[in-house]
Design a protein around this ligand. Structure first.
Ligand code: 5GP
Ligand code: ZN
Length: 118
């Protein structure tokens, strides 16, 4: 069973922000911003490539609710989902990172060429 499934089951403790029948939001154990929340579906899905539109349609308002609850809607926030190796995904259970609490840096690559199609 994956680490986030264990959090859903309560086998691993988490600092919860919001929960309903299908989704859970909790604080990231190793925050990358002053506010760093993870939002997951309770059902195990590997990543964004596996999510169906019906579940995403329900996950969207849940994420917005978390942002509102933490008042991140006022100054803004960043929403990220890492997919697979190149995306830097470490936990193979779909999750969205909500990052906020300050103006966040935005990294750019100096070796990227927008004219080059991969
Ligand atoms: P990924 O790199 O897969 O997009 O993000 C995984 C995130 O899960 C990381 O930011 C990491 O800090 C967080 N994380 C890993 N294990 C735990 C845990 O046991 N509890 C909590 N709250 N966060 C975790
Ligand atoms: Zn899982």
């Amino acid at each position: 069973m994956c680490i986030f499934c264990k959090i859903v089951k309560g086998e691993i403790p988490s600092n919860k922000v919001l929960e309903d029948d299908e989704f859970l939001a909790f604080h990231d154990i190793n925050p990358a911003a002053p506010v760093h929340i993870l939002v997951i579906p309770k059902v195990h899905l590997e990543n964004f490539q596996s999510v169906n539109p019906e579940l995403m349609a329900k996950m969207t308002p849940f994420i917005q609710k978390v942002a509102n609850l933490l008042e991140l809607d006022i100054n803004g926030y960043r929403l990220i989902t890492n997919n697979g190796d190149d995306g830097g995904q470490e936990v193979p259970h779909l999750h969205f990172h909500i990052l906020g609490g300050k103006k966040l840096p935005w990294h750019r690559f100096d070796d990227a060429n927008p004219k080059e199609a991969i």
